[in-house]
Design a protein around this ligand. Structure first.
Ligand code: NAI
Length: 287
């Protein structure tokens, strides 16, 4: 039963919340886990070793194998050092779970460039930095599994999260291309939009709702996606509270104009242009 046994998997932001659950499950299933966490606050301020160390101790106490790493995924140097930790400790890297994240919520009118950039740096650049550092190793060994932590805030929007939503859907955009580029090397990339009670959601949803969303419920889906058995790539799954739901872009049949339409013709056809009743899964017309 190959699964994730002896696979070296990096989980970023694994010092708490969802990442901790991913790391615990992967280690239970026999993976060799690199537990990365900067150890800062929810908004990304501060740093420390405690969070990653505590999860590594927990894994080792349960008989699993793990090593800690405290680098920030937000820099290329940090991501290189993180992948190097996997290589130095276990001699390979087979999987990356891009889970590290911060929040800087504010309505768009109050959104500062700093708050916008800080969130891109951790989520979008973080996913790029770590995946990019692991990619040559994936190609060389003809195997790689990547999970992007996306969010319904990116897929559908959420008040006060223009920065976060942009980063999270950016990760899906990156995934779409990596799924194509990784095809011939058995590199599979998928995205999970979790819904779970963590410090990130502690003051966002009601206590009653959070009670139904233990983060452990998301972990088996992530575990499957990094396993050898998973042959799917480019999927988006919303996971939480016992539900697992695939989300996909659909496109309608298109309205064709034989000549450049006038504004009146656009107006007249608007209900047909926006009608999704005949929609099918979207495909790239250029590819
Ligand atoms: P969390 O705040 O418990 O976990 C995020 C972890 O990332 C923290 O332990 C933090 O120290 C670490 N981190 C932050 N910046 C880092 C950096 N630069 N380098 C390395 N580590 C860093 O929150 P949670 O809920 O567990 O979130 C995990 C992921 O799931 C995030 O990407 C989040 O955006 C995403 N997500 C969570 C949802 C939920 O319902 N909890 C909903 C949608 C997405």
């Amino acid at each position: 039963m190959p699964g994730v046994t002896d696979r070296v998997v990096i989980v970023t932001g694994a010092g708490g919340g969802l990442g901790r659950e991913y790391a615990l499950l992967l280690a239970r299933e026999g993976a060799l886990v690199v537990v990365n966490d900067l150890g800062g606050a929810r908004d990304g301020s501060g740093s420390g070793h405690n969070m990653a160390d505590a999860v590594v101790e927990e894994i080792r106490a349960a008989g699993g194998t793990a090593v800690a790493n405290y680098d920030s995924v937000a820099t290329t140097e940090g991501a290189q050092a993180l992948v190097q930790t996997a290589l130095d400790s276990f001699g390979a890297v087979h999987g990356v779970v891009n889970n590290a994240g911060i929040l800087r919520d504010m309505s768009f009118v109050k959104m500062t460039p700093e708050a916008f950039e800080a969130v891109q740096r951790v989520h979008l650049f973080g996913a790029f930095n770590v995946t990019h550092a692991a990619w040559p190793h994936f190609r060389e060994q003809g195997f790689g599994r990547v999970v992007m932590a996306t969010s319904t805030s990116g897929l559908y929007g959420n008040f006060g999260q223009a920065n976060y939503g942009a980063a999270k859907l950016g990760m899906v955009g990156m995934m779409n291309t990596l799924a194509i580029e990784g095809r011939k090397y058995d590199i599979k990339i998928n995205a999970v939009a979790p819904m779970a009670a963590t410090r990130m959601t502690a003051d966002i949803a009601s206590a009653e709702m959070l009670e139904k969303l233990p983060p452990a419920q998301v972990a088996p889906i992530v575990g499957y996606l990094v396993s050898e058995e998973n042959t799917d790539s480019g999927m988006v799954l919303v996971v939480g509270g016992g539900a697992v739901q695939r989300v996909q872009l659909f496109a309608n049949k298109a309205v064709l104009f034989s000549e450049v339409p006038t504004l009146d013709q656009v107006r007249e056809n608007w209900s047909r242009i926006t009608d999704m009743s005949d929609a099918q899964p979207g495909v790239n017309p250029a590819g």
